[in-house]
Design a protein around this ligand. Sequence first.
Ligand code: DC
Length: 223
Amino acid sequence: MHNIAIDGPAGAGKSTIAKIAAKKLGFIYVDTGAMYRAMALYFIRNKINGKDEAAISGACGKIDISIEYQNGEQVVLLNGENVNAFIRTEQVSMMTSDISKYAVVRSKLLDIQRNLADTKDVIMDGRDIGTCVLPNADTKIYLTASTSERARRRYKEQTKRGISCDIEQIKRDIAARDEQDMNREIAPLKQAEDAVLVDSSNLTIDEAVDAVINIYKKGANGC
Ligand code: DC
């Protein structure tokens, strides 16, 4: 099996770029953030405090996360329910960043992610794919962009969806999530030693997709 790991901060364009690259290469795209988001949704719905590790641990046994593909799109199932439509709110984003620091949450999803990569050619994106989930991936990419560019993209996306928002608030939320994701004890967001850095701040989507595909085709060491 061939595996491409893409890590990076929120809003760097990981999912957009990985999705297109996966289609071009005939790989399956695995969005691991969506799995963490589905767990966060469970805690929100059940009024479990994201800062209460004991309560989170207690509830984890009641949560079943699985993924399926419908017309090539990843669908995340939370206890059998398709929750794709509910996991992209700011409330879920912040809860996800809170709860993804707990070992009990991470270990639950690790097996699912490794199993997928063992059985299929995947492009998997997240925060710890190259460093932790798939340390032997064929290609590792750390995809980033400046905070202001990431905020600008998020603002554009939300406005297009008809959601009114404040770009300065988006910037603060992105910075808060980065801070939390990069500084947690378990599997923090960081560039793997053997990952190739791609800064998408000044790249179009097509250019970033080409960069990912070229890195994969060349091999991470350029051979
Ligand atoms: O990629 P995303 O924005 O959907 O991720 C949401 C949150 O999930 C992010 O703040 C950190 C967490 N996450 C993680 O800890 N590990 C991953 N492999 C993917 C996401």
